[in-house]
Design a protein around this ligand. Structure first.
Ligand code: DOR
Ligand code: ZN
Length: 364
């Protein structure tokens, strides 16, 4: 990682014993290990946003109908590649959607294909387009056994759907009721707890064997539930798992900036058309792919940990998935710019997270 500091600021800050201000940052090209691109015309808008910064991304399969087979995943991958700007390298790695009827043959096919990388477990009803998800996790244990055997990672939306459990406690309940049991029953299965949001999740992953990792989103690093609910309901900050209390955000920042290779970048950037968000029953999802690496840089800078961004964004995930790290680099510069009020999204608009606000990092 190459870090350039402003000479003037370095002198001032060293005198005051404060970390020097960094004005430019060059890191290995990052990857996004959890991304929603959607489908159809939306891909013309979402794919270029992701590809401008990331070398690879794991593409989430919660379409309608869901991406449940390698054949469907490869069709979807081709549609994504068809919307890539000319000359822009980007490697979409496909996750398949686990259902009650996923077969052992499908697991083998995923293992044999380099472009399909994992299965995603959505507990039925947990989030957007999860109604075809798994209704009884115990019943798919034989499929977990196949995944363990064929070294196919399991990506988990870790929230229970039990209506009696408070929405702020659903991640912890999932860990207690399911994740501990799964990781004990399948010790060689690599599991990623996607979009970890609580101090309990960080503790669980930190204490678990090295087969267990977690992605952390930029929005959960930057915001707590006050941004969603205090002074008015802000639907563009509504996502699942829902933003939590400040103490949980602090635990996430600590984990992401710790240098621990179990924690890596996964944006969970999840665009919905403006009308689907600003509604009496708004969809869950924050759109961050337009400037994901700049948002992460902002969070790492606030924690005085820009020197840890490269590991989190560009190394840990590749190492966990046993893929080579990217060869190219990207450069971020200190430069203030205003986030537009919206971006085009198929035949409508998507409102980005922090629309109209300023960011101080810019990808060159
Ligand atoms: O906020 C979210 N949006 N969380 C998810 O788990 C799914 C995603 C989506 O697809 O909209
Ligand atoms: Zn997601």
């Amino acid at each position: 990682m190459v870090v350039r500091k402003s000479v003037y600021n370095e002198q001032v800050f060293n005198h005051c014993n404060i970390a020097p201000m960094i004005n430019e940052l060059t890191i290995t090209r990052p990857d996004d290990w959890h991304l929603h691109l959607r489908e159809g015309d939306a891909l013309r808008d979402t794919t270029p946003h992701a590809a401008r910064q990331f070398g690879r991304a794991i593409i989430m399969p919660n379409l309608r109908p869901p991406v449940t087979t390698v054949e469907l995943a490869l069709d979807y991958r081709k549609a994504i590649l068809d919307t890539l700007p000319a000359g822009q390298p980007f490697n979409p790695l496909m996750a398949l959607y686990l259902t009650n009827s996923t077969t052992a043959d499908e697991v083998r096919r995923v293992a044999e294909n380099e472009q399909t990388i994992a299965f995603k477990l959505y507990p039925a009803g947990a989030t957007t387009n999860s109604d075809s998800g798994v209704t009884d996790i115990q019943k798919i244990y034989p499929i977990f056994a196949e995944m363990e055997k064929h070294e196919v990672p399991l990506l988990v939306h870790g929230e229970v759907t039990d209506g009696t459990v408070d929405i702020f406690d659903r991640e912890k309940a999932f860990i207690d009721r399911h994740l501990i049991a799964i990781t004990r029953a399948f010790p060689a299965l690599r599991v990623v707890l996607e979009h970890a949001t609580t101090a309990e999740a960080i503790q669980f992953v930190s204490d678990a064997p090295e087969t267990i990792a977690a992605t952390i989103t930029a929005h959960h690093l930057l915001f707590n539930r006050n941004s969603l609910l205090a002074g008015g309901i802000r639907p563009h900050y509504y996502c699942l798992p829902i933003l939590k209390r400040e103490k949980h955000r602090e635990a996430l920042v600590k984990a992401a900036t710790s240098g621990n290779p179990k924690f890596f970048l996964g944006t969970d950037s999840a665009p919905h058309a403006v009308g689907a968000k600003e509604s009496d029953c708004g969809c869950a999802g924050c759109y961050t792919a337009y400037a994901a690496i700049e948002l992460y840089a902002t969070a790492f800078e606030s924690a005085n940990a820009l020197n840890r961004l490269e590991g989190f964004a560009s190394h840990h995930g590749a190492d966990f998935y046993r893929l080579p790290r990217n060869n190219e680099t990207i450069t971020l510069k200190k430069s203030t710019w205003k986030i537009p009020p919206n971006y085009s999204f198929a035949d409508g608009k998507v409102i980005p997270l922090m629309a109209g606000e300023e960011l101080t990092w810019k990808l060159c």
